[in-house]
Design a protein around this ligand. Structure first.
Ligand code: F6P
Length: 327
C-alpha cells in the first residue's frame, strides 16, 4: 500500500458553509497522523497554477465558525481539458503530494473521476454543497445552514405578507434538487412548494391557491426551487397567478446567494469535522476514488461513480407532510 507523507486539500465548485470546518478537520487529522498538508487555493485553478501553501494546525485556527472557504473555490474550465489535468498532475508530482482531499459537489467529483482514471492518483472527496443533491450521503456540508437561512428569511417575509394580505413567491436555490425547497418550505409553513422532481402544473397551483383563499387564508407563501419546471421564470409565474387569481396581490423574492453565506450551523460544523477526519482515515486505509458521506449517522464511503448519479427520487413522505400541514 502507498505510504502517504503529504496530502493536498482543495475546495471546488460553489462554496458552502462548513467547508472551512472540513478543511480544519483534514489539516488537523493530517497533523495527528504525521502527514504534511498542503492547501491548494482556488480549487483546480490553483492546482493547475501551483498556488500552494503548507498548512499546520494553527493555520486553521478560528475558522470553524466562518462561512465560505478560506482556500477559496472555483468552477475550473481548465481542469475540464486534458492539458489542464496534465499540468495539475505535474504540479502534484513536483510538490511530492501523494494524495488529495477535495471538497465539492457532483461537478467536482465528475472531474476528479476522470483525473483518477488518467493518472491513477489517490483522491478522496467530501460532499460540500448547499443543494444536498449527492448520492451516498444523507446530508451534504452546508445544506443545514442554508435551510436555516431560508427559514429565517421566510419568517421575515411572512410578517410583511400577512400585513398586506399578499402572496409571496420565494425562490430558493437547488438547480436539480428540491431538498432545500421542500424542507425549508415545511419548516417555514409554506402553502405550496414547487420542486424540480415534481411538476404539479400551473392549473393545479391555481386551484390550490384558490382553495386556500376560500378557506380563509389572508396571505400565502409559495416556495419555488430554482430548478422547478413551472416556476422556471418566477416573475412570469407571478404574472400568471395575478391574471388567474384576481384576488391575489403577488410579490417575488429571490433569495439567491445569501443562502450560500453565513456562519455554519452546529450540525454542519460537526458533519464537516466528522467527514474531514473520515477522509484521512479512508486514505490511510488505502481507499481512493470514493466520497466520504454520512448514512444513518455513520461515516461511510461510496465510489465517486455512485455519488454523482444524483438522486431524483422525491421524498414522498415529506410531500405528504407538506400537503397535510398546509391545509
Ligand atoms: O450548486 C450550488 C448552487 O448554489 C446551486 O444551488 C445554484 O444553482 C448554483 O450553485 C449557483 O452557482 P454560481 O456559483 O455559479 O452562482
Amino acid at each position: 500500500m502507498l505510504k502517504i507523507n503529504k496530502i493536498g486539500i482543495l475546495t471546488s465548485g460553489g462554496d458552502a458553509p462548513g467547508m472551512n470546518a472540513g478543511i480544519r478537520a483534514v489539516v488537523r487529522s493530517c497533523v495527528y497522523n504525521n502527514i504534511e498538508c498542503i492547501g491548494i487555493y482556488r480549487g483546480f485553478e490553483g492546482l493547475i497554477e501551483g498556488d500552494f501553501e503548507k498548512l499546520n494546525a494553527r493555520s486553521v485556527k478560528n475558522i470553524i465558525n466562518r462561512g465560505g472557504t478560506f482556500l477559496k473555490t472555483a468552477r475550473s474550465k481548465k481542469f475540464m481539458t486534458a492539458k489542464g489535468r496534465k499540468k495539475a498532475f505535474e504540479n502534484l508530482k513536483n510538490e511530492s503530494i501523494d494524495a488529495m482531499v477535495v471538497i465539492g459537489g457532483d461537478g467536482t467529483f465528475a472531474g476528479v473521476s476522470i483525473f483518477i482514471k488518467e493518472f491513477n492518483f489517490p483522491i478522496v472527496g467530501l460532499p460540500g454543497t448547499i443543494d444536498n443533491d449527492i448520492n451516498g450521503t444523507d446530508y451534504t456540508i452546508g445544506y443545514d445552514t442554508a435551510l436555516n437561512t431560508v427559514v429565517e428569511a421566510i419568517d421575515k417575509i411572512r410578517d410583511t405578507a400577512n400585513s398586506h394580505n399578499r402572496l409571496f413567491l420565494v425562490e430558493v436555490m437547488g438547480r436539480d434538487a428540491g431538498d432545500i425547497a421542500l424542507n425549508a418550505g415545511i419548516g417555514a409553513g409554506a402553502e405550496e412548494i414547487l420542486i424540480p422532481e415534481q411538476n404539479m402544473g400551473r392549473e393545479r397551483l391555481i386551484e390550490s391557491l384558490s382553495r386556500s383563499k376560500k378557506s380563509g387564508k389572508s396571505s400565502s407563501i409559495v416556495v419555488v426551487s430554482e430548478g422547478d419546471q413551472i416556476g422556471k421564470n418566477i416573475f412570469g409565474l407571478a404574472k400568471y397567478i395575478e391574471e388567474n387569481l384576481k384576488e391575489y396581490e403577488v410579490r417575488v423574492t429571490v433569495l439567491g446567494h445569501i443562502q450560500r453565506g453565513g456562519s455554519p450551523s452546529c450540525f454542519d460544523r460537526v458533519l464537516a469535522s466528522r467527514l474531514g477526519v473520515g477522509a484521512i482515515d479512508a486514505l490511510l486505509r488505502g481507499e481512493t476514488n470514493v466520497m466520504i458521506g454520512i448514512v444513518h449517522n455513520k461515516v461511510t464511503s461510496v465510489p465517486f461513480s455512485e455519488a454523482i448519479k444524483g438522486s431524483n427520487a422525491i421524498d414522498e413522505e415529506l410531500i405528504r407532510v407538506a400537503d397535510i400541514i398546509s391545509i
